[in-house]
Ligand binder design. Structure first.
Ligand SMILES: Nc1ncnc2c1ncn2[C@@H]1O[C@H](COP(=O)(O)OP(=O)(O)O)[C@@H](O)[C@H]1O
Ligand SMILES: O=C(O)C1=C[C@@H](OP(=O)(O)O)[C@@H](O)[C@H](O)C1
Ligand SMILES: [Mg+2]
Length: 172
């Protein structure tokens, strides 16, 4: 039988989850789910940054966790750009065992620059590199626990990462 699991792209803010998931969905002809735009569409256009500011990070993270669980249940299987926060949710980590999980990793200083590419992201701290260093200390071991494939995106383009994921699917 063809290996055809849901694919979930994870990593900290700015890692390239949306970019890589978009390429994979297009190449595989799969539905694309992306936490930030999907939640904005569902909740009256509110960005993650606005939801965090108005309703708090816990409300945002619960919506993000639900988005992932719903995306994992879809058939045909989707390619999902998950919110960075879901890896801290034990139920989400368990649910990810049904998926091929890709972790995009890079030094926090690299991510700090890339996460400024769009205003939708919540900036929980003024010093982004320090915030991402703290997030990586907490979330890094959790990403490692759930990941089937890990890439250093300071050294690879989004197209190169997607090509390697596709090659790995061919080999399974
Ligand atoms: N591998 C990469 N190398 C260089 N820049 C990248 C790479 N992947 C994404 N980017 C750029 O980094 C920024 C953040 O990417 P994005 O896909 O929105 O990340 P995420 O969804 O993980 O927050 C965008 O400007 C994007 O074009
Ligand atoms: O670290 C986090 O808790 C979050 C990361 C961001 O996701 P992206 O990196 O996918 O933009 C943000 O939009 C999300 O709502 C919350
Ligand atoms: Mg994104």
């Amino acid at each position: 039988m063809k290996y055809d699991p849901p694919i979930v792209v994870t990593g900290l803010m700015g890692a390239g989850k949306s970019s890589v998931a978009r390429i994979l969905a297009r190449e595989l002809g799969r539905p694309l789910r992306d936490s930030d735009p999907d939640l904005a569409a569902r909740y009256g256009g509110a960005t993650a940054a606005e939801t965090a500011a108005r309703e708090g990070a816990d409300v945002l993270h619960e919506r993000e966790a639900r988005h992932l669980r719903e995306a994992l249940a879809e058939r045909p299987p989707a390619v999902t750009a998950a919110a960075a926060s879901v890896v801290e949710n034990p139920a989400c980590r368990r649910a990810l065992s049904s998926a091929l999980v890709v972790w995009l990793d890079a030094p926090p200083a690299v991510l700090a620059v890339r996460m400024l590419s769009s205003g939708h992201r919540p900036h929980f701290e003024p010093d982004l590199a320090a915030m991402l260093t703290e997030q990586r200390a907490v979330r890094g071991p959790l990403f490692a626990e759930v990941a089937d494939l890990t890439f250093d995106v300071s050294a690879l383009t989004a197209d190169e990462v997607a090509a390697r994921v596709l090659a790995s699917l061919e080999g399974r």
